[in-house]
Design a protein around this ligand. Sequence first.
Ligand code: NAD
Length: 302
Amino acid sequence: MASIAFIGLGNMGGPMALNLLRAGHTLHVFDLSASAVQTLVDAGAHAAASAAAAVAAADDAVISMLPASPHVKALYLGENGVLANARPGALLIDSSTIASHVAVEVAQAAQAKGLRMIDAPVSGGTAGAAAGTLTFIVGGDAADLEAARPLLEAMGKNIFHAGAAGAGQTAKICNNMLLGILMAGTAEALALGVANGLDPKVLSDIMSKSSGRNWALEVYNPWPGVMENAPASRGYSGGFGSDLMLKDLGLAQEAALHARAATPLGAAARNLYQLHSQNGQGGLDFSSIVQLMSAKAKPAQG
Ligand code: NAD
């Protein structure tokens, strides 16, 4: 069993860390939120006073699950960061969704210190994190992925090798651009149906068995009350924040600019999420974009 530092215990990192504990690994955990740390300590993890302390205590691996590029850069490259404190031979795994060029920069800095690192962003949402069924999309050396595999398998079901360092992030951003487009499109179709007198549940059932079917509709329905376990039915709390989706759609636009690729629908989705965020809804789950399309899509009470 491995001794692991886990940094970032939010909506995703918390349940991922719990699954590593359940698999019998020893965890040294750190988060800026004391309550997030406490949940893991209650389940048997060791609380560390800082990220540096968690990393210094872990023999085998460091896993990070932070919001965005600046957080990851600071955690790894900062004065008292991961690279300065990691044990020789420890495998570094960043599962945050960040810019591909930042993943490459951090991996190269790790390599320069003789440390192995992979980018391993995930797909599958908070439900996938809790169930241990995430998809890991890995960039880095194949041998390092193999070394990480037993840990990734404790948290996920599908593990893909996208290519060299940074490739995991590129593939993840392509996926999330499509997800943002699908969620906005699904929300628009439901709002159109409701505006024309349809029941959103009946319309969802119809589209789920028709050619408009997609993950946002079938697994993560944005209309309140249609799907009991979706964030829409709990006031858009938990889940995947709209501001995190906005970040990912921005990363997709950066990647498009870099490669001179045309992404008109991705650009439209980014603008919709920007408007939603400006309306003060950035903290709600990303399925709340439906509120931009219909005033009727308000969370159910109670
Ligand atoms: P979150 O905001 O719920 O959690 C982030 C956690 O990081 C918070 O608990 C915060 O306190 C902590 N944190 C921030 N800076 C820190 C620091 N310097 N040191 C220690 N802890 C720090 O976010 P999340 O939903 O868990 O997402 C994490 C990452 O996973 C993001 O990159 C996101 O894009 C990606 N992601 C999220 C989902 C989802 O459904 N929520 C799905 C796939 C990927």
